[in-house]
Design a protein around this ligand. Structure first.
Ligand SMILES: NC(=O)c1ccc[n+]([C@@H]2O[C@H](COP(=O)([O-])OP(=O)(O)OC[C@H]3O[C@@H](n4cnc5c(N)ncnc54)[C@H](O)[C@@H]3O)[C@@H](O)[C@H]2O)c1
Ligand SMILES: [Zn+2]
Length: 357
């Protein structure tokens, strides 16, 4: 069991059966609290039985089930949960346990942070993305129509419990989606970790606790330096300026839209190229990064003229002011710099680079 301290709470990485969560729930602060578990149909089927077996303190917890999928990160579903809490006469000292991926964590955290001005919550992430990214850093929120994470708050959980055994049942595309954030953590902050990441087998992640622990530690270190994203936390946006635009564009056009991490993988290739062109990132490291990402992720077919729509989407991104677009770029593998600017022609070049033109 590894305990990673993050401000006022800890992230515990290890099997749920080792008792850390049971101990917390049996402690004086939680013993008599009403306990609820937010869940979707997949975390109910694949994760809930193990949770109950390992943590008897949750046997009598109330279940709140929602449908899986990003559509549930909405004000409508949040309202349904607030109403359910209110009807069940849930008190301010209650605790909500979020068992699921990033959707459950973001939505459950947001509902908990706001119900009666805030009840306590605990994350038990069950996807790779939620383990290494969404559960760490205290951001919770919901989408507004099609605008992602438009409404939310910074609010810390009372604990995060990561058991990578849950990854056994995760579909391959979801594993790849989370793995993109692991790649990102290595590229922006740790060259030794990059060497480990390159040698990782995606089939064994449910047994590879070290790799997941390290990724959480790297994100946590950046978040602790800059919890409210005024400066260094922007490093975590590497791959995300172009990646977010690609993600949104794929929803508008593709028959099968990209998962978040699949879009970020494309964004990282393009932004590694921008790093080479504008920031002295060595050519041979660019080739190494691109080769590694391309052998993992299937190529995405952009339609003609997609570049202009992508740039429009980037310009509308709330992070930008003025005609130039803001990026985090690599100096070399393991080191990055934020608040870098690129203009439309550089970005079109980067997209052409991805498309092999
Ligand atoms: N708060 C943050 O800092 C932060 C950071 C990154 C991403 N996010 C958010 O996270 C969300 C994406 O999270 P996600 O990728 O985990 O997606 P998700 O929550 O939609 O989960 C993906 C799918 O996997 C299923 N699933 C979950 N655990 C499973 C398991 N163990 N076995 C089988 N299936 C399982 C889910 O039901 C769902 O169908 C987005 O809304 C994103 O905005 C938040
Ligand atoms: Zn991301």
């Amino acid at each position: 069991m590894k305990e990673i301290s993050s401000g006022n709470y800890s992230v515990f990485v290890g099997g749920l059966e080792n008792g850390a969560l049971q101990k917390l729930l049996n402690s004086k602060q939680f013993k008599d609290a009403q306990k609820l578990i937010l869940i979707d149909e997949n975390s109910l089927e694949y994760c809930f039985p193990k949770l109950i077996n390992s943590v008897p303190a949750l046997e009598k917890a109330e279940l709140l089930e929602i449908e899986s999928g990003e559509e549930s990160k909405s004000i409508e579903v949040a309202t349904q949960i607030w109403e359910a809490l209110s009807e069940m006469e849930i008190r301010r000292d209650a605790v909500l346990i979020n068992l699921g991926g990033g959707v459950i964590g973001d939505l459950g955290g947001f509902v908990a942070a706001t119900y009666k001005r805030g009840i306590r919550f605990i994350h038990i992430p069950t996807t790779l993305l939620a383990m290494v990214d969404a559960s760490v850093g205290g951001k919770v929120g919901i989408d507004l129509n099609r605008l992602k994470n438009q409404v939310g708050v910074f609010c810390e959980p009372d604990g995060v419990f990561v058991d990578n055994e849950f990854l056994r049942t995760l579909p391959k595309n979801q594993t790849l989606s989370g793995f993109a954030e692991i790649i990102k953590h290595a590229l922006i902050s740790d060259v030794a970790y990059w060497d480990e990441v390159k040698q990782t087998s995606l089939h064994d992640l449910h047994e590879n606790r070290e790799l997941i622990t390290k990724s959480i530690e790297l994100k946590n270190k950046i978040v602790l330096e800059d919890p409210k994203e005024k400066g260094p936390r922007k490093l975590l946006n590497f791959g995300h300026t172009i990646g977010h635009a690609v993600e949104t564009h794929s929803m508008e056009t593709a028959t099968k839209s990209l998962l978040h991490g699949e879009a970020i993988a494309i964004g990282m290739i393009c932004e590694a190229y921008l790093s080479f062109k504008l920031n002295g990132f060595p050519r041979q490291q660019l080739d190494e990064v691109v080769e590694f990402i391309k052998q993992l992720y299937a190529p995405f077919e952009f339609e003609e003229m997609a570049g202009h729509r992508l740039i429009e989407l980037m310009r509308n991104d709330k992070k930008n002011t003025g005609p130039q677009i803001n990026f985090t770029l690599l100096n070399e593998i393991g080191s990055a710099v934020y608040d870098q600017k690129a203009d439309a022609s550089d970005i079109l070049d980067a997209l052409n680079f991805y498309n092999g033109k």
